[in-house]
Design a protein around this ligand. Structure first.
Ligand SMILES: [Zn+2]
Length: 333
């Protein structure tokens, strides 16, 4: 979704006192291997309208690395609107649209008071935790700025002239926040792949080229995570996900399998390298974030935290059949 561009900058209630408290200070002095009592942090990277099948076939070294180092799940949201507003709301609340009430990008009927976002739940559990939403599409700011309390930082990147340039500005802001402030939970959404899907569909070269461009932005964010983890001992989990797919000729909002396709990649936090999660649903993102941060999960969530014991497909001798090993899993040397 690309039309709304608002800039919201709420409550920089940054809880500086909390950030400078003992936990952070001692972690900074610890060596490079994270200890179990070092702070857990999580970044969720939302790739609007991006399909896993295309990530696998495009030149995406950064996303391929995350898949090799983490667990991947593909899923469908058939029965749920294949639209950004409802999908990001499902991910960020942990309940389906039948509960959170968002049916389209108007956000009319949203019930974030009844089904609060992960930002709200984290802030209620511990106001000293730093939560941020930094996105290209303004709808994310609507979600992250709803409820009470909201995320500590809610920004929509100003239009930089092209979707690619705006995504670069978004990713730069996220990388800078990770490097400088080490937020406990930062959510970001990048929009150019959805734009390419709308413009020319998924069959032509533009869609995969947009995925390759966004892969570079993912790489910059992950580099900031890895650098901070090395320097602080913080234990970071990276999640990558998408809100919907696209029809081959472009567009979404209907109930074809392509439009309803979604996925997750989760790296760090004890998730198995090369694992394949066959049970992932879109409603699992918020519960997973809450579990990582040790925040109690409300009983009324539809999703559950992602399983850490996802099976790892056995290697295929010679790679001749390709039956068991997905092509994107590195086969070694
Ligand atoms: Zn769209």
């Amino acid at each position: 979704m690309t039309t709304k561009r608002t800039r919201t900058l709420t409550a920089l209630s940054i809880a500086i006192a909390g950030a400078v408290s003992a936990g952070t200070a001692t972690a900074a002095a610890s060596p490079t291997t994270p200890e179990s009592n070092d702070p857990a942090k999580v970044v969720v990277i939302g790739l609007d309208g991006t399909m896993l099948d295309h990530i696998k076939t495009a030149n995406t070294p950064n996303l391929h690395r995350l898949m090799a180092e983490g667990t991947t799940g593909s899923s469908s949201i058939l029965g749920h609107p294949t639209i950004s507003g409802p999908s990001w709301s499902t991910m960020l609340t942990g309940v389906w649209n039948t509960k959170h009430g968002v049916q389209d990008n108007s956000f009319n009927g949203a019930r974030f008071d009844q089904y609060p976002t992960a930002f709200t739940q984290i802030e209620r559990a511990d106001p000293a935790l730093r939560t941020e939403a930094i996105s290209t599409w303004g709808g994310i700011a609507t979600i992250a700025g709803s409820g009470s309390p909201t995320a500590d930082v809610v920004t929509t990147t100003p239009d930089a002239g092209s979707e690619g340039a705006t995504d670069t500005a978004t990713a730069t802001a996220v990388a800078n926040e990770i490097a400088g402030n080490g937020p406990d939970f930062v959510f970001t959404q990048l929009d150019q792949v959805d734009g390419a899907g709308h413009a020319t569909g998924t069959l032509g070269p533009a869609y995969n080229l947009a995925i390759e461009a966004v892969d570079l932005e993912v790489g910059r964010i992950v580099a900031a995570v890895d650098e901070r983890q090395r320097n602080t001992g913080e234990r970071w989990t990276v999640l990558v996900t998408a809100d919907h797919g696209h029809r081959p000729l472009g567009g979404h909002g209907g109930q074809t399998p392509a439009e309803a396709s979604t996925f997750v990649i989760v790296r760090g936090g004890g998730y198995r390298a090369g694992g394949i999660d066959n049970g992932y649903t879109m409603a699992d993102i918020a519960p997973t974030v809450l579990e990582i941060l040790g925040v109690p999960r409300p009983a009324n969530l539809d999703g559950t935290a992602l399983a850490k014991d996802a099976p790892v497909p056995p290697p295929v001798a010679g790679g001749s059949t390709g039956a068991a090993l997905p092509s994107w899993v590195p086969t070694g040397s």
